[in-house]
Design a binder for this molecule. Structure first.
Ligand code: HEM
Ligand SMILES: *[C@@H]1O[C@H](CO)[C@@H](O)[C@H](O)[C@H]1NC(C)=O
Ligand SMILES: *[C@@H]1O[C@H](CO)[C@@H](O)[C@H](O)[C@H]1NC(C)=O
Length: 519
């Protein structure tokens, strides 16, 4: 009974929407595969990893821009770096909105920059985050990252099989310390646990902006008793069930630092410490505050959710690339020996630091190649357009959802030869034997929505990978015949792709290496 009524309701909503959305002037839209009446391309777009099919369509129709209509909503997919630069960067002011992420709002991510629509609040959050994590502002966080990287390496020495979870704890500890400034315990930290739970819950929210409540926001009010009748509502029930975890992540770390900041004790380099201290100074001086406490908490929460899995996955992909390309691994190690110096046993004289980074040029290309080879968000985070626009004669309606197909860009053979290869040399200039290919530009997004945490993230990846290369052997496990088991990678769908587990033996190079780490 309820379901029948519900179905009729949805149909009416659809009809109304398709009527409103009909383009009355019949302008030429970008190419698209044939759709179906009313629901458009809903069932034409693959559920899982659509980036591959988008790339095939782009080839088939010989276009770098594709159009889809899903339940009356316009979707634009950009398949070349040129299109993304032209629209998302150059015409950024029109392309910096987001679609509504209703499911994530229900979950409690309502004041999280990533999901904020274009608004004064967006402008405020964006400004604060951007200026807190510029290349030079990130220097303040380097000691935290170095300390956590060494702690992670020691933990791997003690528990080699736990390397994946240990590295995940590394990235989580860094964002918690950088975001909230809380102390993280050596083992079984409750805040780290809390954050891992939240990442789990959020990851299970599925592909962003693709859920029934994302398409029809009023459906978020459907009571659970009815929602349970259809599997379409499973994500909604999941969101309601996990909301309290997300709330707790915003409140608990805050509560643990609030009073010490008020008392001006132990001021630490962290977003919350800096911003809340400023807030109190303004308050005492009778000056108005732009950022309210809710904003500060929201931004710290954004740092935590946006920076945890992403940094971790990048580290894992880098290890994967090095395992798959032993030559690159050997070169990266040799460069570290060269820059830091070795004793008669080929033991390094000291651990790598951030001061070494400018001289570790090959390693820099290893990190670039990591982001190109397996972009973590193959379709980025969708942007939305604020005004009607035109590109190459095609009409782009206001309110369109725009996906940059970063995966397709990274495989573009006009720019990258043998794009499936993990090959750091591709960026080296031709006159030094390299291929002179352009650095990847896209794995961190575009325009006014580009990732503000890029420098922080890549500093974290740098210090972990250089520390591991300096102190450990990284090897593939062997099967019973002594052949190496090469890792096979599968990426999850969702907010960011997370690589599946693979075997890797990480063992200390020598007793001396353990001593350097402080084991
Ligand atoms: C290697 C790790 C990371 C990768 C690959 C990554 C990638 C991305 C991408 C693709 C976007 C969407 C950009 C767009 O819409 O065009 C994004 C947005 C964002 N990232 Fe990162 N990110 C990483 C680490 C971090 C870290 C450590 C932080 C912490 C400060 C962070 C904070 C954010 C925020 C707040 C947004 C939303 C920006 C907005 O909507 O205006 N990210 N990131
Ligand atoms: C983070 O990684 C974990 C472990 O692979 C995964 O289960 C979860 O869904 C991911 N979360 C997000 C938000 O990507
Ligand atoms: C946004 O698009 C409209 C219509 O094409 C144009 O008039 C306006 O200048 C654009 N704004 C920017 C900043 O590109």
């Amino acid at each position: 009974m309820f379901t029948a009524r519900f179905a009729v309701g949805v149909l009416i909503l659809l009809l109304a929407r398709s009527w409103i959305w009909r383009d009355k002037r019949q302008r030429i839209l970008p190419p698209s595969p044939p759709g179906q009446p009313l629901i458009g391309h809903l069932r034409v777009i693959p559920d899982r990893h659509p980036e591959f099919q988008y790339a095939r369509w782009a080839k088939e129709y010989d276009t770098d821009i594709l159009y889809f209509n899903v339940l009356g909503r316009s979707i634009i997919v950009l398949n070349s770096i040129e299109a993304a630069h032209e629209l998302l960067d150059k015409r950024g002011a029109n392309y910096s909105d987001r679609p509504r992420f209703v499911l994530f709002e229900v979950m409690g991510w309502g004041v999280t920059l990533t999901f904020l629509r274009w608004s004064p609040r967006f402008v405020l959050h964006r400004k604060l985050l951007q200026k807190s994590f510029t290349q030079s502002a990130c220097k303040a966080y380097q000691p935290i990252q170095a300390e956590e990287a060494r702690r992670a390496a020691r933990a791997i020495v003690a528990d080699p099989n736990g390397w994946e979870i240990i590295l995940r704890q590394f990235s989580t500890a860094v964002v918690l310390r950088v975001g909230f400034g809380i102390e993280v315990q050596e083992k079984d930290d409750p805040y780290v646990k809390m954050t891992l739970d939240v990442e789990e819950a959020t990851g299970q929210g599925g592909v962003p902006a693709s859920n029934v409540v994302d398409f029809f926001p009023v459906l978020r009010y459907v009571p659970n008793s009815i929602a349970r009748l259809s599997k379409l509502f499973r994500p909604l029930i999941h969101a309601r069930r996990t909301k309290r975890f997300i709330q707790r992540l915003h409140d608990a770390p805050w509560e643990s630092v609030e009073s010490s900041i008020r008392a001006k004790e132990h001021l630490k380099p962290s977003f919350v410490h800096t911003q809340f201290d400023q807030y109190l100074v303004n308050e005492a001086a009778g000056k108005p505050n732009d950022a309210m406490i809710e904003d500060i908490k929201g931004i710290a929460g954004a740092i935590t959710i946006a920076g945890g899995n992403t940094t971790w996955s990048t580290i894992i992909v880098c290890i994967l690339g090095l395992l798959k390309n032993p030559e690159a691994y050997a070169k990266a190690r040799a460069e570290i020996e060269d820059v830091i110096g070795v004793d008669e046993n080929r033991d390094l004289l000291r651990l790598p630091t951030f001061e070494d980074r400018p001289r570790l040029k090959y390693l820099a290309n290893v990190l670039h190649e990591t982001t190109r080879w397996q972009p973590l968000s193959p379709l980025g985070v969708p942007h939305a357009t604020l005004a009607d626009d035109e590109y190459n004669g095609f009409h782009i309606p206001a309110g369109s959802v725009v996906y940059p197909n970063v995966r397709a860009m990274s495989r573009d053979e006009r720019h990258y030869s043998s794009p499936e290869e993990f090959c750091p040399e591709r960026y080296e200039p031709v006159d030094r034997g390299g291929r002179g290919e352009p650095l990847p530009d896209g794995p961190f997004g575009f325009g006014r929505r580009a990732c503000p945490g890029k420098y922080l993230a890549m500093s974290g990846v740098y210090i972990v990978i250089s520390t591991l290369l300096a102190t450990m052997h990284l090897r593939c496990p062997k099967d019973e015949n002594g052949n190496e088991i090469l890792p096979n990678i599968v990426f999850s769908d969702g907010l960011s792709g997370v690589p599946g587990s693979f075997g890797c033996l990480i063992t200390p190079r020598s007793k001396h290496a353990e001593v350097l780490l402080g084991c």
